[in-house]
Structure formats: structure tokens, C-alpha cells
Unconditional design. Structure first.
Length: 140
């Protein structure tokens, strides 16, 4: 992009992060839509999406904004046997950015995902990491 004096004008990428505690919950997805509408981030990093491997597109239809695509990384239940509910990470990517790659490394103490995006002048890799807290056992 160029200004009148032919000096390059750069735009900063806006990245947000949020522990959503279930994007499938209607109040939470509505709050996320409000944040997107008011701040217009280029990338939203979400933790604790609670999306499962068998979550259907119909269940996700109200969770995403029209100008964003959802890239979800559900919790791997076999790697996290002690944390069967909740979890999962995701990216909401503004559709003007091309996704170049993605990955989901497996760790037992935290969840991680990454995405590399092509920006107008460069590319950026973003890592989304969520530390799993151990469950406390309270004797009865």
C-alpha cells in the first residue's frame, strides 16, 4: 500500500487471545462476536474451546464470524487421559490472510497449536499454548 508521497504505509496486525471456556456456549460465542465486531482483530487465538473431534459444522455455525475462518485443534484425549473434558485450542483467522501451515505438537502437560499466515509484506507464525492445570483430588 502506498500513500500520496509514495512512502510505503504498513498496517499492524492485530492479534487477540481469549480463554473462551466453550465456544459452543451461546453466551460465549455471542461475546466473541461482539469482541470481533468492536476490535476487528486479524487473528484470534482461543483456548479451552471445548470443541471435540466429532463436533459437527452445524454446531459451529453460530460460533464464527462471516469474515473469519475457524481452525480448530480439539484436545487429544489419548494424550491427556486425566483431562477428558474441556480443552482444545483454535484460531479465528481473518479471511484476507492466507494460511501457509499449521501444526499440533503433542505434550502431556500443555496443549499447543500453531499457524503460519501470509501477510501482505511478510509471514508470521503464531503459537497458541494452554497449560493444563492438574486436577485437585479433595478427599470426601
Amino acid at each position: 500500500m502506498w500513500s500520496r508521497g509514495q512512502v510505503p504505509v504498513t498496517r499492524r496486525a492485530a492479534i487477540c487471545t481469549l480463554n473462551i471456556r466453550s465456544i459452543l456456549h451461546s453466551v460465549h460465542s455471542a461475546a466473541l462476536s461482539d469482541l470481533i465486531d468492536s476490535h476487528h482483530p486479524d487473528l484470534f487465538c482461543l483456548t479451552e474451546t471445548w470443541i471435540k473431534h466429532d463436533t459437527t459444522p452445524a454446531e459451529l455455525i453460530n460460533c464464527t464470524s462471516l469474515s473469519y475462518s475457524l481452525l480448530s485443534f480439539p484436545r487429544n484425549s489419548s494424550a491427556n487421559r486425566h483431562h477428558l473434558t474441556g480443552g482444545g485450542t483454535a484460531f479465528l483467522i481473518r479471511e484476507l490472510f492466507a494460511q501457509l501451515s499449521r501444526s499440533t505438537p503433542q505434550f502431556s502437560s500443555f496443549e499447543a497449536s500453531s499457524v503460519t499466515l501470509k501477510l501482505p509484506q511478510a509471514k508470521i507464525s503464531v503459537f497458541n499454548i494452554y497449560h493444563l492445570l492438574p486436577r485437585l483430588h479433595i478427599p470426601s
